[in-house]
Design a protein around this ligand. Structure first.
Ligand SMILES: [Zn+2]
Length: 90
C-alpha cells in the first residue's frame, strides 16, 4: 500500500503542493493570525508556499479572507510579510 502524500492548495498561487513544502497561516482561538512554520500549532489554517510572492498574491486575490471567511486587517499582512521575509530570505 502506498501512502498518499497530503497535498494542500496555496492560497496565493493556487498550486497544489505537499503539506511539508508549505507554510501554514493560522488563526489562533484568540483570533490572532500567525505563520506556523512547524505545522504544529493549533488553530484554523490556510496554506501558502514559503515565499513572499505567494503572500503578495494571497493578499491581492483575497485568498486568506476566503479561507478564514473574514477580513484580514492590514496589520496582519504586515506582520506576515515580516515573518515571511525571515523564512524566505535565506
Ligand atoms: Zn504558492
Amino acid at each position: 500500500m502506498s501512502k498518499k502524500i497530503p497535498v494542500r492548495r496555496c492560497v496565493g498561487c493556487q498550486e497544489m503542493k505537499g503539506k511539508k513544502e508549505m507554510i501554514r497561516v493560522i488563526r489562533t482561538p484568540e483570533g490572532d493570525f500567525l505563520l506556523d512554520a512547524t505545522g504544529k500549532k493549533n488553530g484554523r489554517g490556510a496554506y501558502l508556499c514559503p515565499s513572499r510572492e505567494c503572500l503578495d498574491k494571497a493578499r491581492k486575490n483575497k485568498g486568506l479572507e476566503r479561507s478564514f471567511k473574514q477580513a484580514i486587517p492590514k496589520e496582519v499582512y504586515e506582520a506576515l510579510e515580516k515573518e515571511m521575509e525571515d523564512i524566505d530570505g535565506k
